[in-house]
Design a protein around this ligand. Structure first.
Ligand code: SF4
Length: 120
């Protein structure tokens, strides 16, 4: 498996393969972080989920949101299903938890923008 390390601008091209003994053979990384990243990608790739949630009574109709930590890539669809049809009430502050423990990942979905109550 070949991948490009995204942890810094250097963008090392890393090759990772698993030997018959189960050990990882990793080439092309320039630091330990890159080696660890490659093994993580090969075993359980993680991603930060970003999305938008409907808001009721706010000065914006949507609030942008993201998970407060990376979650397993194979939990992204299940997590998005949990956000489907969800509406939260204004006011919302940056960092407010919109969904706790999304898809059982241990991560929370948090707001990344402020939404005030709509003035009439
Ligand atoms: S392996 Fe290290 S130096 Fe290379 S891109 Fe990743 S973090 Fe940067």
């Amino acid at each position: 498996m070949q991948l490009i390390c995204i942890l810094c601008p250097r963008g090392c091209h890393i090759e990772i393969n698993q030997g018959e003994d189960g050990k990882w053979e990793v080439k092309g990384y320039a630091c330990k972080r890159g080696r660890d990243y490659a093994i993580q990608e090969a075993t359980c790739p993680l991603r930060v989920l970003t999305t938008s949630i409907w808001v009721e009574g706010g000065n914006h109709r949507l609030v942008s949101a993201k998970t407060d930590r990376s979650i397993p890539k194979d939990k992204i669809i299940e997590s998005l299903k949990q956000t489907k049809g969800l509406t939260v009430k204004a006011p919302i502050d940056i960092g407010d938890v919109l969904i706790e423990n999304i898809a059982g990942t241990g991560a929370n979905l948090i707001a990344t923008r402020r939404v005030d109550i709509k003035q009439v």
